[in-house]
Design a protein around this ligand. Structure first.
Ligand code: NOJ
Length: 586
């Protein structure tokens, strides 16, 4: 735990560093923002919030659940920040009723969650064993949502592959996984499809491919640079198409649901809109992100620019064929059109400029294949995750891009939100209020532009396990006290704000909207104080426990008390030193 004062110090330091790094570029020329738009969403627009199994359920080894690659990955030392794991996380497995009442409090129309594959098929192989207790858990969740008039939007794969499939076959590297995934999906359609009408095959396959099999930051932690991500994506696209066809031919008639995929797409804006090279580089950025998956699904094959760039680099590297696999013409027509709705997960934007990376043997990578550099405007707010800058106008551009490229498909925003890095209690999340207000407003403008957006999912309902960042980044509308055994939830001010957007179905008029923020933050300071007192009490209890437990005391004293204190001092000293240097230069 960092002391309360440490977070502002970090921000000052980051600001000082950013300003000095960007001082040779006049970012004010690049202002793309436009004014706020008052208006409401189409009738029937669906408002929701989301979560995923590994990030919230906990109960990692309970009631017959099998191991997932994330259980194994997070249990290895040094893979996740502070060696956090999702073992108990928010204990969502035991808190269905509590969490549905939070959704009721918000008056959500839908809730997006994922099914843990190893919870219902422990080895991942259906013929081995089906875990009835896992099925029962999801039945209860779905039933309880429906009793409360909340539509379930269910993701089949949010990254928690059964470990057995990784060990036995190499996970997504092996095409045999397509059939196993199809068996799992069929089981879900059979057991839950009478009540679930919105299915998402994959969540953010870009991350699965790049972070799981290229950089190794995520489970299964493989670093197969230049090939791993492309092969993973290839099998994911095939698996998605197969599941869509299975639903289409075997279940749709009876169940009348929809099957889509949730793709992550950050927007890439050319640094110089008059420079053709920057324009093309920005286009490549988006094509290597969203287009990598969306183009085969809507048009039957990879984006031409990916085929050209990866093919050219592979030849220069002396390879006989492209590192990007290709689809046969039969596969192309099988994959094309396998999307009833498209889910979009969007958080941030980058400025993009052209940058050539010479193709060296052995130096192949997804990132250098793109020949571009990513930049950020130092004035963009970045309250939480290192990669997440708040750039609302990028959202409208991305949505319009999707409309233009893929024939204006039915869209659901499946993830959008912002984190905070502060380790200490902060329920007065005014920056999150601003983020939601401005991003949702840009989505409203996109709808006025004619983009077919049918629903919006705030990411996320709760603070939760944030993958390799552990619990250090909090995306929740509700704060979760992870140090308390019972994992209590507390509403942040953004709950009140989002609730007003939902009940007004948008931003009705200036006078009303301007009162929302004040009203949303009215109660949070007192709740903040209560929670801070509770946290101090549990810190004191922890310190006492450490002092009395000689076995764990030394290590934990070092990680929980000494390291944060020394770090804070270093940060303070560096900030003072940097400011001193900057003053001297002026
Ligand atoms: C996208 C992932 O799907 C989600 O699980 C994660 O919490 C967010 N990114 C924020 O990092």
């Amino acid at each position: 735990m960092l002391p309360r004062c440490a977070a502002p110090v970090c921000h000052v330091l980051l600001l000082v560093l950013c300003l000095s790094a960007a001082e040779d570029f006049d970012w004010t020329k690049n202002d793309r923002s436009s004014s706020f738009y008052y208006g409401t969403f189409p009738t029937g627009f669906s408002w929701g919030a989301g979560s995923s199994a590994y990030q919230t359920e906990g109960a990692w080894d309970k009631d017959g659940k099998g191991l997932s690659i994330w259980d194994v990955f997070s249990h290895k030392k040094g893979r996740v920040l502070r060696n956090d794991t999702g073992d108990s996380s928010c204990e969502g497995y035991y808190k269905v009723k509590d969490d549905v009442s939070l959704m009721n409090e918000l008056k959500l129309n839908h809730y997006r969650f994922s099914i843990s594959w190893p919870r219902i098929i422990p080895t991942g192989i259906k013929s081995d064993h089906i875990n009835e207790k896992g099925i029962q858990y999801y039945n209860e969740l779905i039933d309880h949502l429906l009793e409360n008039k909340i539509t379930p939007i269910v993701t089949l794969y949010h990254w928690d592959l059964p470990q057995v499939l990784q060990e036995k076959y190499g996970g997504w590297q092996n095409v045999s996984i397509v059939n196993h995934f199809n068996d799992f999906a069929s089981l879900c359609f059979e057991k839950f499809g009478n009540r679930v009408k919105y299915w998402i095959t994959f969540n953010n396959p870009w991350s699965v491919a790049v972070e799981g099999y290229e950089t190794g930051e995520h489970a299964p932690g493989l670093k197969m640079r230049g090939t791993g991500a492309y092969r993973t994506a290839h099998n994911i696209i095939k698996a998605h198409a197969k599941v869509w066809h299975t639903y289409d031919t075997q279940w749709r008639g009876r169940q009348k649901g929809l099957v889509g995929i949730s793709l992550s797409g950050e927007w890439g804006e050319p640094v110089d809109i008059n420079n053709q090279k920057d324009i093309e580089a920005a286009e490549r950025y988006v094509q290597f992100y969203l287009g990598w998956f969306a183009t085969p699904i809507f048009h039957g094959d990879y984006p031409q620019v990916m085929k050209d760039y990866i093919g050219k680099k592979s030849t220069q590297q002396g390879l006989g064929s492209s590192r990007l696999p290709s689809f046969s013409s039969q596969e192309k027509s099988y994959i094309k059109g396998t999307c009833d709705f498209l889910g979009i997960g969007h958080f941030t934007t980058r400025y993009i400029t052209q940058k050539n990376y010479p193709a060296s043997r052995g130096g192949a990578s997804f990132f250098t294949d793109r020949d571009l550099a990513e930049l950020v405007d130092p004035r963009w707010p970045d309250p939480g995750s290192e990669w997440l800058y708040s750039v609302p106008w990028g959202f409208r551009r991305l949505l319009n891009f999707v409309k233009a490229q893929y024939g204006n498909p039915m869209l659901y925003v499946t993830e959008n939100g912002v984190s905070e890095k502060m380790q200490c209690t902060e329920l007065c999340d005014d920056w999150r209020i601003k983020y939601y207000r401005d991003y949702i407003n840009e989505m409203l403008k996109a709808i006025k532009d004619g983009v077919n957006v049918r629903g919006y999912t705030a990411w996320s309902l709760l603070d939760k396990f944030e993958w390799d960042e552990g619990y250090s980044e909090r995306f929740g509308l509700y704060y979760v006290d992870f140090r308390s055994k019972n994992k209590p939830r507390y509403p942040k001010a953004s709950v009140q704000y989002y609730k007003r957007i939902i009940s007004s179905n948008g931003f009705p008029n200036q006078r009303e909207v301007e009162t929302w923020k004040r009203r949303a933050t009215e109660t949070c300071s007192s709740s903040n104080q209560l929670l801070a007192a509770e946290e101090q009490r549990s810190t004191a209890a922890n310190i006492l426990r450490l002092i009395h437990d000689p076995l764990t005391s030394h290590m934990e004293m070092v990680t929980e008390i000494v390291v944060p204190t020394v770090c804070t001092l270093c940060i303070l000293l560096s900030a003072v030193f940097l400011m001193f240097l900057l003053r001297r230069r002026n």
